[in-house]
Structures are given as C-alpha cells and as structure tokens.
Write a new protein. Structure first.
Length: 420
C-alpha cells in the first residue's frame, strides 16, 4: 500500500505543479484584464462604411468618443463623412480654400477637432490675413494610401474648388499603394502600371463578398501569434524575452515585415522599386488633376516617431529584427523629396524640423506623439499646423503658372487669377 502511494506521489506532484501554474496564469490574466480595462484598443470598424470606389470612408453624420489610456477625443462627421461642420462646394467671397488629403495622421482621431493640425493651420493663417478668409477642409481618412487620395480628389475633392491641395504623406503609403488588403472589414482599390501610368484595375470588394476573397498565409501566422492575441501573460513574457534577446522576433521571419519596412532600406528590392514607381505615378496624376482644377499641390511629409526619436528607432529595429547598416529611418522622406523635385512638386521635409523643435524644448521628439498609439498628440498636431501655416504664408507652394513647362498657354491664362 505504501509502495503504491510512493509511486503516485510524483504524479500527484506534477499535477499539483501544473495546476498551480494554470491557476497562476488564470489569476494573471484576470489581473491584467482589470488593469488594462482602461487601455481600450480602438475598433475603427464601426466608424467607417463601405464605398464602391474608395473601399471605405467615414460614416456621414456620425459621432464617436475615442478613449484609451493616452487620450480622449471626440470625432464627428458631417453629411459628407468629413470631420468638421458642413462645407459647401461653393466658396465665399475672398475665400482661399485648402483641401487636406491623408490617412490616420490627417484624420487625427487621437485629438478633438479644434486641436487638429488642419484647424491650427486655419486659425494661424486667418490671424495674420488681411482681407482673405482661409478655409481648411480635412478629408483625411484612416488607412488611406496615395491611391485612395487620388480617387477621392477626382470623385469628390475637386468639387470643393480648392486653391491648394495638401497631401499628408506617411512612410507606409508606399506599400499601401501596392497592397490588396483589408482594413476594418473593407477592401481597398488597387492600381497597376500600364503604359507608364496608373490604371485602376481592381475595385473594392463589397463586404458581403468578403468570404469569397482568398485568404493569404498571413491570415494564419501560427500558434505564437494566436497566443499573443488571446493571452496577456504570454504577450508580456514574449515581449520581455524578445527585448532581452532570448527569442527572435516573430515578425522578422515573415515576408510581410520585410515588405512593410522595405522603403526604409537603402537597398531597394524589385518589390520596393515597383511600389515607389506606382507611388510616383499616382502623385504625378494627382498633380495633373489638381493643376487642371487651377489649384496648387503641396506634399507634407509626416514623420513617424521612429524617424525623429533615436530610442524609438532602436526599439523598432530590435522588435522587427532589422540588423545591418542598410536601414535608414529617414529614407522615405529622402526618396519622396527626390520624386517631388523631379516633378516640380513642392514638398515640406519635416524630420529635421521635429528634431530641432524638440531640441530647443530640451525634450525627446517623443513629446509630439502618443507612445502606445504612435500618432501625434496635441503638441504634434500644433507643431505640424505651424509648419504648414509657415509654408503656405511664405509661398513655399509654387503657383501653378510657374510649375513645369507642360501647361498650355490657355491653361495658364485660365488659372492666372487663382495663382495671384
């Protein structure tokens, strides 16, 4: 009898250990769930609706409150699905109208409307104007690439008769322009290069057709990814081991990571070359359409947090396994500037400006961002608005009649009044 008891004791000890570990994990999950209750992760799906051309857009006449541990912001859209009040297509007397195109940085879901960079731009310009009223319409939408911004302008944006169109360009726009992806339950359109011009070949798939779209291997990333999505304890342990260098970052082994950060490499592969080529053609097409509407085009480079803050850059490299000297956090800005110069498109470089402003304040450039969310906070929006106001008021954007030599004389005559 005692022998049988002795034989069962090791098994009982093992079961006791396993049970204790499981109990500790459950308690840990519960505690972390309570602690993270206020750390709400925004679900953008309910704020956007399917659009047969753009893929998605903000729902008209909708209001939401975005709350996380870092910010609380109210978003409201007008009858056209744009943040702010109602904007008529017709301009008022002595009105200079600016249209903003961009993605989540432009939409600015992390701040209230009055703190948006576009509203800072508007108030700054109007405070120093003499007889001219500046109106700024911000059509930025989460997830948009240059392709969707072009489609928005040619289908809706031009109707507002803007004098100036500002494209807020972020580093992930390059890959977004060649990626057939789903965002918040909606699919994006896709352009391809045909005869050296961008041609819309794949329109967004309706939501009810999502089940018929083939799943990619990225939809089944493996057990580790599955556990990190569902277990707070596992996610924390995995992140800690990775930061200590004891485990390799999961993302470094996946093709999607090399494509996502490919534009930050000084050594372009064929995929990145193709992405930049399409991006360039999209910008050229947008420039042509903007100028045909007798307006000016200005590109504003939106700096990522890792492009202005060395600590954030080092953390990003470590997280995604980006080793070697070919990685450059300002590479996208440099490449974009070259494209803009080649096509006489005014472009505002901002990485050095954000670094210098942080230096004068005696702070890290992280002071302009929500660290977890990664987007601008109120300070970031304020500074971006000030940079833009200076660019506009100083005439950094060239009048259409002085850009390039391809404009016909009739077009120059038609747009002369707008260019003054």
């Amino acid at each position: 009898m005692s022998g049988a008891t002795t034989k069962c004791r090791p098994l009982r000890n093992v079961l006791l250990i396993v049970g204790s570990v499981l109990a500790a994990l459950l308690v840990g999950e519960g505690v972390l769930a309570v602690l993270e209750h206020k750390q709400m992760r925004l679900d953008h799906r309910g704020f956007y609706t399917y659009d047969p051309l753009l893929g998605w857009k903000m729902k008209p006449n909708t209001r939401r409150i975005n709350v996380t541990e870092e910010f609380r912001a109210i978003e409201e859209t007008n009858s056209k699905g744009i943040r702010g009040g109602e904007y008529s297509y017709e301009k008022g007397p002595n009105e200079y109208r600016i249209l903003i195109l961009g993605d989540s940085f432009a939409e600015g879901y992390t701040v209230d409307f009055e703190n948006l960079f576009s509203e800072v731009l508007k108030s700054t310009l109007n405070s120093g104007s003499h007889g001219t009223y500046y109106e700024v319409i911000n059509a930025g939408t989460v997830g948009y690439g240059t392709d969707q911004e072009l489609l928005f302008y040619q289908s809706e944006g031009y109707k507002y008769d803007p004098d100036l169109v500002i494209v807020m360009f972020y580093e992930n726009d390059v890959i977004d322009n060649v990626t057939r992806r789903e965002n918040y339950g909606k699919f994006k359109p896709l352009f391809r290069i045909r005869d050296n011009r961008p041609v819309l070949e794949e329109r967004p798939v309706p939501e009810e057709s999502r089940s018929r779209v083939p799943e990619s291997s990225a939809d089944h990333p493996g057990l580790s990814h599955w556990l990190k999505k569902r277990s707070r304890v596992y996610s924390i342990l995995d992140e800690g081991l990775t930061m200590l260098g004891l485990t390799a970052p999961e993302a470094s082994a996946t093709p999607s990571t090399s494509l996502e950060f490919g534009p930050l490499s000084r050594e372009r592969g064929p995929e990145i070359e193709q992405a930049w080529k399409l991006t360039e053609l999209l910008l050229v097409d947008l420039k042509r359409r903007v100028e045909a509407s007798c307006a000016d085009l200005l590109v504003f480079y939106v700096p990522s947090i890792h492009s202005v803050d060395p600590d954030s850059w080092n953390a990003t490299r470590k997280q995604y396994g980006m080793t070697g000297d070919q990685w450059n956090p300002s590479q996208v800005e440099s490449d974009l500037l070259r494209i803009c110069r080649r096509h006489s498109v005014p472009c505002v470089a901002t990485i050095a400006l954000f670094k210098e402003r942080a230096k004068t304040r005696g702070e890290s450039a992280r002071c302009f961002y929500h660290l977890r969310d990664g987007h601008w906070n109120v300070e970031g929006h304020r500074f971006a608005g000030e940079i833009l106001a200076h660019s506009v008021s100083s005439g950094a954007h060239k009048p259409r009649v002085t850009v390039g030599s391809s404009s016909s004389s009739s077009n120059v005559t038609d747009c002369t009044d707008r260019a003054q």
